[in-house]
Design a protein around this ligand. Structure first.
Ligand code: GLN
Length: 307
């Protein structure tokens, strides 16, 4: 997008904008803290300068967006419920700043736990060679968050990240490049395991945050989610479990004996997911883990040796 608007403002101009934005946030029930977070991202201000308002006297502040565009997008935040992360074009996740656009789901804090669970599972495994090495898959990678987390946690592994959306893959690949993991993560367009058939039986683990919201529940989600985030990343079919069932069914032929199967799911799905895993016969040591809110959110299992 070519933009001829000036991107330099005076401290006073930005101070005025911030005050109006805060008032408008209060009036429309948008968390006020989003204004300062956005200004940290767009204007490079730190929290102290914002709190003390020391920037008010600065002659010039460089913005990433013209003030008019920022104002227009902020109006969309207030009135169209556009998520603030899509305005900033970034979201914090674990130790990364991950670039996002509306082509990808904004990575959620609870999803961060998947990486710690993968690390614990690999540390507890006695598989030889160790699970920390070799190939890991992030299926439905979106922004690439899980793939980046795995690459960081398992420095001796190669991560294979798959998404159906080419637009999402472009964002994920840019994130891998910018965060220094381009040589450790490979990207593939396609459906779940399909592009990885050349590595059947060779994966140490699969980690996924698949779409798991039941189709009929979608309209009840927050407007920020349902109006702006990609439905491909949310809609899990009639009972929300279509993709999880597929991943349970197909993964054993892709994983090494003892390999880790790990996914995120929705509140209320744990019993059913455990049951489907148990009925499959290929999995053992099935574990359900809660997120920090105490919601049973993650299912983990190991593929049996005889598979
Ligand atoms: N956790 C997301 C939400 O709150 C859903 C992500 C998913 O379906 N995988 O909307």
């Amino acid at each position: 997008m070519t933009n001829t608007q000036p991107k330099v403002v005076s401290g006073l101009q930005l101070w005025q904008w911030r005050h109006q934005a805060i008032q408008a946030a209060i009036a429309t029930d948008v968390p006020v803290a989003e204004v300062d977070w956005l200004l940290q991202e767009i204007a490079g201000l730190d929290r102290l300068a914002l709190r003390l308002e020391s920037y008010k006297n600065w002659p010039q502040i460089q913005l990433k967006l013209a003030l008019e565009d920022l104002e227009q997008l902020w109006q969309r935040r207030l009135h169209d419920r556009l998520p603030v992360q899509y305005i900033a074009g970034a979201s914090p996740w674990r130790n990364f700043k991950i670039a996002v656009s509306s082509a990808v789901l904004i990575p959620r804090p609870e999803t961060e736990c998947l990486i710690d669970l993968a690390v614990t599972a690999a540390n507890h495994s006695e598989a030889i060679p160790p699970l920390q090495q070799g190939n890991w898959a992030d299926l439905g990678t979106g922004s690439g968050a899980i793939a980046l987390g795995l690459a960081n946690a398992f420095p001796e592994s190669t991560i294979h990240a798959v998404d159906y959306s080419s637009e999402a893959l472009a964002i994920a690949a840019a994130n891998a490049q910018n965060l220094g993991f381009a040589d450790r993560i490979r990207f593939y367009q396609g459906s779940w395991w399909e592009p990885l058939s050349f590595l059947k039986g060779q994966f140490s683990g699969i980690v996924s945050n698949p779409p798991y919201i039941p189709t009929s529940t979608l309209p009840t989600l927050q407007p920020e989610v349902i109006l702006h985030e990609p439905h491909l990343a949310l809609d899990g079919g009639a009972d929300g479990l279509d993709c999880i069932r597929h991943l349970i069914e197909i993964s054993p032929s892709y994983l090494r004996p003892g390999g880790v199967w790990l996914i995120e799911m929705m509140a209320g799905q744990a019993d059913r997911v455990r049951e489907i895993l148990q009925n499959h016969d290929s999995y053992s040591n099935i574990e359900i883990h809660s997120d920090l809110a105490g919601i049973e959110r993650f299912a983990l299992a190991y593929v049996n040796a005889e598979c």
